[in-house]
Write a protein that binds this ligand. Structure first.
Ligand SMILES: Nc1ncnc2c1ncn2[C@@H]1O[C@H](COP(=O)(O)OP(=O)(O)OP(=O)(O)O)[C@@H](O)[C@H]1O
Length: 256
């Protein structure tokens, strides 16, 4: 099967000289649930941000469905980006907008720019957004302002907005870092189950090794901008964990 995503010799050097990613290469195949682990500053966020061009790589290529994302013209970038849904640690919702309108923002890549900026969406988009909210158990909250929700509910809106894009690939950057253990489990269950049901591919950055082991079909371990482990969760030995975190005590949360 052709990879859905190819990362080739990706390097990111920030303007201050920080080398966040160094000559990183790997392929992701359809249906994989890849969890990227590594200590703070390892380059996990930079990697995801390079994939959807929130950050411009210094060298190397990101190839999504056979197209070089980083060398595409702006119109193609819009088309590529709408198939890559992003879930953020701090949710990135628009507080003053309703839950439904936040989800509809996921349709902007498919909407005429003027209508989108005025918040005018067609009936089909609204029905689709409502169906997604029902899936994550938020249909009753659709007219609430986003800032009236709990953290776990906000993240379910973040997931719904990503799904409204009709993505092929979900990128989640520490989606549970701001949540309590019960909400964390709920959010990881939603992301994992939706990816299974819709046959989506996912790359999820996590700090918690036990959560990674529970959900991942493949784990990538990063250190200092480089991949130092790439394999099945069963291959992630204590020794490898020590190497990735440069410690004998990896961070844990309770993820029954
Ligand atoms: N805009 C920026 N300018 C300069 N350096 C940056 C910038 N963003 C990130 N960095 C640096 O790049 C390196 C990798 O950061 P990144 O956020 O990708 O790591 P991370 O593994 O996601 O860390 P965390 O788990 O803390 O989010 C770090 O040294 C960080 O300080």
């Amino acid at each position: 099967m052709e990879p859905v995503l190819k990362i080739e010799h990706l390097t990111k050097v920030y303007p201050d000289g920080t080398v966040a990613l160094s000559n990183t290469s790997f392929d992701v195949h359809p249906g994989e649930f890849v969890v990227v682990i590594g200590s703070s500053g390892a380059g996990k966020s930079t990697l995801l941000r390079c994939i959807n061009l929130l950050v411009e790589p210094t060298e190397g290529d990101v190839i999504f469905k056979g197209e070089k994302v980083n060398q595409s013209k702006s119109k193609q970038v819009k088309h590529i980006r709408r198939e890559i849904g992003m879930v953020f640690q701090n949710f990135n919702l628009i507080d003053r907008l309703s839950v439904l309108n936040n989800v509809l923002h996921g349709r902007l890549g498919y909407t005429n720019t003027i209508k989108g900026s005025l918040g005018i969406f067609n009936k089909k988009d609204i029905k689709e957004a409502e169906a997604i909210l029902e899936r994550v158990g938020l249909k009753q909250q659709k007219y609430k302002r986003a800032d009236e929700l709990s953290g776990g509910q906000m993240q379910r809106v973040g997931i719904s907005r990503a799904l409204a894009q009709m993505p092929r690939l979900i990128l989640a950057d520490e989606p549970i870092a701001s949540l309590d253990p019960a909400s964390s489990k709920n959010i990881m269950d939603h992301i994992y189950n939706i990816c299974q049901e819709d046959q989506l591919t996912a790359i999820v950055n996590l700090h918690q090794v036990d959560v990674a082991l529970k959900y991942a079909t493949r784990i990538i371990g990063m250190q200092h901008g480089q991949i130092i482990f790439d394999g099945h969760p069963s291959q992630l030995s204590d020794k490898v964990i020590d190497e990735i975190y440069d410690t004998k005590k990896p961070p844990l949360v309770n993820a029954q």
